[in-house]
Design a protein around this ligand. Structure first.
Ligand SMILES: Cc1cc2nc3c(=O)[nH]c(=O)nc-3n(C[C@H](O)[C@H](O)[C@H](O)COP(=O)(O)O)c2cc1C
Length: 162
């Protein structure tokens, strides 16, 4: 019998660092659950655990950035996957997007989004953002979620069978 965790690993996701800001406070977290959901308007959706420190900052700041990681940036995926009251941006070069959310200088590419709306989704909240800016910053291939192993410890969160 195939485990649900292994079936879900065949879904294709990238790995992103989502930047948020609330005034002078900034933070960022690693996310795999982000995707384009509309052309007109140009919308992105990301699924965020509301218990993350980033969630109230995203709501207060009214926007977020999506920084796309490259295959050689697994260390950044691990770094921004950390929780707790630490300054994850301390030694990372970044600049603010429109609402102040961090754009990482070394990301493969980035998108800047205004908060559009949100929907509850079980233990997460799906946040929709309207894309207002973005750029490709360097050459490279995007990091794939399936190549991060069990970095997010998600395997333990799936039921053992369906
Ligand atoms: C590879 C990877 C993918 C992740 N994907 C998501 C995601 O899509 N949504 C989410 O809410 N958390 C995701 N996480 C977990 C958060 O990055 C993690 O809980 C982080 O500590 C939250 O940071 P914060 O509390 O500073 O906001 C992921 C973590 C990793 C390592």
């Amino acid at each position: 019998m195939t485990r649900p965790a292994d079936i879900f690993r065949t879904l294709t996701h990238g790995v992103y660092v989502i930047g948020v800001a609330d005034g002078k406070k900034h933070n960022a977290f690693t996310a795999a659950w982000a995707m384009q959901v509309s052309f007109d308007p140009l919308l992105l959706a990301l699924s965020i655990n509301p218990r993350h420190r980033s969630y109230p900052m995203l709501k207060a700041g009214g926007g977020f950035t999506v920084n796309v990681l490259a295959t050689d940036q697994l260390d950044l995926a691990a770094h921004f996957g950390q929780s707790g009251n630490i300054d994850k941006l301390a030694d990372i070069p970044w600049r603010p997007g429109k609402c102040g959310a961090p754009i990482l200088e070394h990301a493969l590419s980035w998108l800047d989004c205004d908060f559009h709306h949100e929907c509850p989704a079980g233990d997460h909240i799906v946040v929709f953002g309207r894309v207002i800016g973005g750029a490709i910053q360097r050459l490279g291939d995007p990091l794939l979620y399936r190549d991060t192993g069990n970095l997010d410890a998600a395997q333990d969160l799936f039921p053992p069978s369906l």
